[in-house]
Write a protein that binds this ligand. Structure first.
Ligand SMILES: [Zn+2]
Ligand SMILES: [Zn+2]
Ligand SMILES: [Zn+2]
Length: 474
């Protein structure tokens, strides 16, 4: 593979990586599919419909080192043809390359991944495809003031993201040229043009502005700082934080952001970059202004106070996540580590404020241990004994977590079926309802004996929200 490119070319100004590789392959008479197939480290069967990942988060799927070697283009220059540098601002670098990590919500709905967008005039001048043309926010070519399009003017078909015909500027369907001067109508809407020019600049400046700012060591604090600035901006820069002052974003989105501020170690900023730019535009400030925003200490303090008192369900899979609708105060349990204990009677998870720093978090470890640690291992096929050995968590506890995760259908279907007791329909809850108490071990012991079932099966019924409500709110 190393010597397949005898003709060497360089990426052009603002060109996206997929465009560069299409051109390179075209000139060297190599099929782009062959290049991508042998340099992707993820898919068994490579399919051209995932080539947009070259331009969004290339390191996750492709071996960029190898592509750099065979193309003779520096790794850094290849990555600069993608949104990689923007992602680096918003997410832990290591996580970005992790295949199992979804790329975070900052690119959600930001990028057109299915069809290829272009300006026919630009193609006529210089045949290559720009990265910003794929951004959903950018709808016009700011050089020619025409609408960007993805359709062929002759046959009306939308162009696929990657295709050998695109390298020579031809429609994949009818082979008509996609390059054309004067093909499209000029846009006269000044505010639309201004907004597109502004957005294009913000996207271009984004990573440079942040990277000069974010040399500091604690990445989690940098992410929190970005979040606080965003919340401050959405609150119209008031001196004292009030949840109801937050504008521009939906209620759910608001709670999602507020809750991520409560995470001890934040791994990414989950603000969609499109929403960030929307708010910046409304507030008439640039990314540069945003980075240098000074947050009044009264605002930070009141936000902190608010977060400490924010009692909502934090369970990611709960229908009532971020809401206090199903939260009930627990009055019959005292804890040395937490106060203000609550239980969500939708997901059976308990919460409380940590005594040391008053942070609102799960009281127990279903989310952190069960969901985050044990669940992927079970899904990957490890046995309970293996998992217990691997994680140094007792078998008893692994069993208990597995019961919880089965009850809430959090494994893949095969495993869920395997672990679900086969007598759930005929199970008679009256005994467990009679003996259930805050002494969990004793409750489990009694029920196991009475029903003549396994500990895991007992826990399955124990985690029924009705039982949990009975235990903790009576
Ligand atoms: Zn143009
Ligand atoms: Zn066509
Ligand atoms: Zn819940």
């Amino acid at each position: 593979m190393e010597n397949i490119f005898t003709i060497r070319i360089k990426p052009k100004n603002n060109e996206c990586l997929s465009s560069f590789l299409m051109r390179l392959c075209d000139q060297n008479k190599v099929h782009i599919m062959d290049l991508l197939k042998s340099n992707n480290k993820f898919y068994k069967v490579y399919n051209l419909s995932s080539t947009h990942q070259l331009d969004t988060n290339p390191k996750r799927v492709f071996d960029i080192k190898k592509i750099s070697l065979i193309t003779g283009v520096l790794e850094r220059d290849l990555l600069n043809c993608s949104l990689n540098s923007i992602l680096n601002v918003m997410c832990d670098r290591v996580l970005l390359e992790e295949i199992t990590h979804s790329k975070g919500s900052f690119l959600n709905g930001v990028y057109n991944i299915k069809f290829r967008y272009f300006c026919p005039n630009c193609l006529a001048d210089n045949l290559y495809y720009k990265l910003e043309w794929q951004l959903k926010d950018i709808t016009i070519c700011i050089r020619h003031n025409v609408l960007l399009t993805s359709t062929c003017s002759k046959c009306g078909q939308q162009q696929p993201y990657t295709h050998t015909n695109l390298a020579s500027g031809h429609c994949f369907n009818c082979d008509n040229t996609l390059c054309s001067k004067l093909s499209t109508e000029l846009i006269y809407d000044d505010s639309l043009i201004r907004k597109n020019v502004w957005l294009s600049q913000q996207y271009k400046n984004f990573s440079a502005i942040f990277s000069s700012e974010t040399k500091s060591s604690d990445i989690s604090n940098i992410y929190k700082d970005i979040l606080i600035k965003f919340i401050y901006l959405c609150s119209n820069k008031v001196d004292i934080f009030k949840s109801e002052d937050i504008k521009f974003i939906s209620r759910d989105y608001k709670y999602k952001l507020l809750n991520s501020l409560k995470v001890t170690k934040l791994e990414s900023v989950d603000i969609s970059i499109s929403i960030l730019f929307k708010v910046l535009w409304e507030c008439k400030i640039t990314v540069e202004n945003f980075v240098s925003l000074e947050i009044p200490s009264s605002f930070s303090k009141s936000l902190l106070d608010y977060l400490q008192n924010l009692t909502v369900c934090l369970t990611p899979w709960c229908q009532h996540n971020n809401s206090n609708k199903m939260l009930f105060k627990i009055n019959n349990v005292k804890s040395k580590t937490h106060f203000n204990l609550h239980i969500c009677i939708c997901c059976s998870v308990k919460f409380g404020n940590k005594r040391v720093d008053k942070v609102w978090e799960e009281y127990g470890d279903i989310i952190e241990v069960g969901y985050a640690l044990i669940r992927p291992l079970v899904n990957a096929g490890f046995s309970i004994v293996d998992i217990s050995r691997k994680t140094s968590i007792s078998r008893y506890k692994v069993d208990k977590m597995v019961s919880y995760l089965t009850r809430f259908n959090l494994f893949n279907e095969v495993i869920n079926n395997e672990f679900t007791p086969n007598f759930i329909d005929s199970f008679d809850y009256s005994y467990i309802m009679k003996v259930a108490s805050t002494n969990e071990n004793e409750t489990i012991k009694k029920c196991k004996k009475y029903y003549k079932i396994t500990k895991r099966e007992t826990y399955y019924f124990f985690y029924n929200p009705i039982i949990q409500k009975l235990i903790y709110t009576n």
